[in-house]
Ligand binder design. Structure first.
Ligand SMILES: NC(=O)c1ccc[n+]([C@@H]2O[C@H](COP(=O)([O-])OP(=O)(O)OC[C@H]3O[C@@H](n4cnc5c(N)ncnc54)[C@H](OP(=O)(O)O)[C@@H]3O)[C@@H](O)[C@H]2O)c1
Length: 226
């Protein structure tokens, strides 16, 4: 398939793009961050740019990863968070409608309130409790409302991003680099680890099935962190 990937320079995109290419897909990797010369600059908040890339590349599916994923930034800059996670997703949907193609939207366990002690399933009602979760949930809504042929795939806490990891693992490594003798980690929040390379392989397979819908995709187990 011809696949347009947004947010390709991030933690998940760095795993996903090679997996897609290894499976003979033709991939146009885009991101707002173009430190990698193989990635073309596309800011998903700009509808004209999204449409221009869509027209030029004529993808058969858009895999929409681009997002503001930093929880604190989302809390502090609410409008920006919605531009990133809602408007950016709406723009990807407009391009998909225009071309008549499906969308893969990566969502998050953060659409839930965390009150359940068991793992969340696809049948549980979202109830986001922070701006990141709420803005990602609005992204889910616009995907459901506008593109019937969608894969909404909710990930747990991502690990395995190597140098691109900005989350738990990188925070622990940063402490070690600073010579910390005591490591500080969150111990009152629990989630399911999601190994980015494994997630990418399953996502590639799912994207070929045409079994559209909402999926929870994570690894086994439970941990505290963030
Ligand atoms: N990491 C997790 O634990 C986790 C869990 C569940 C779901 N997800 C979802 O999985 C997807 C990928 O996450 P990730 O972990 O790979 O996050 P990430 O490392 O932050 O990657 C996101 C990428 O999108 C880019 N981006 C931000 N705004 C953009 C824009 N307006 N236009 C184009 N690109 C933009 C970012 O660039 P900058 O770095 O320059 O901002 C970054 O390269 C996201 O949709 C996220 O919500 C992540």
């Amino acid at each position: 398939m011809r696949i347009l990937v947004t947010g390709a320079a991030g933690m998940l995109g760095t795993s996903l793009v090679p997996v897609l290419r290894a499976n003979d897909h033709s991939v146009l990797a885009t991101d707002i961050n173009t430190s990698d010369p193989n990635i073309e600059r596309l800011d998903v908040r700009l509808i004209a740019d999204v449409m221009r890339f869509a027209e030029k590349f004529r993808p058969e599916i858009i895999m929409h990863l681009a997002a503001e994923t930093d929880l604190e930034t989302c809390e502090q800059r609410r409008d920006y968070a919605y531009q990133e996670n809602f408007i950016g997703t709406q723009n990807a949907c407009v391009a998909c409608r225009h071309l008549g193609i499906p969308i893969t939207y990566i969502s998050t366990a953060g659409v839930f309130d965390g009150m359940k002690t068991e793992p969340y399933t696809e049948f549980d009602e979202p109830n986001p409790i922070n701006v990141y979760g709420a803005s990602k949930f609005e992204g889910e809504r616009v995907v459901r409302d506008t593109i019937p042929e969608h894969y909404i795939v909710r990930a747990g806490w991502m690990v395995g991003g190597g140098e691109k990891d900005k989350k738990f693992v990188s925070k622990i490594i940063a402490q070690l680099d600073r010579g910390a003798k005591t490591l500080h980690a969150v111990n009152d929040r629990f989630g399911t680890p999601t190994y980015a390379p494994a997630f990418s392989k399953v996502l590639e397979k799912l994207t070929r099935t045409r079994y559209y819908g909402t999926y929870h995709l994570a690894c086994m187990g439970r941990w505290s962190g963030r």
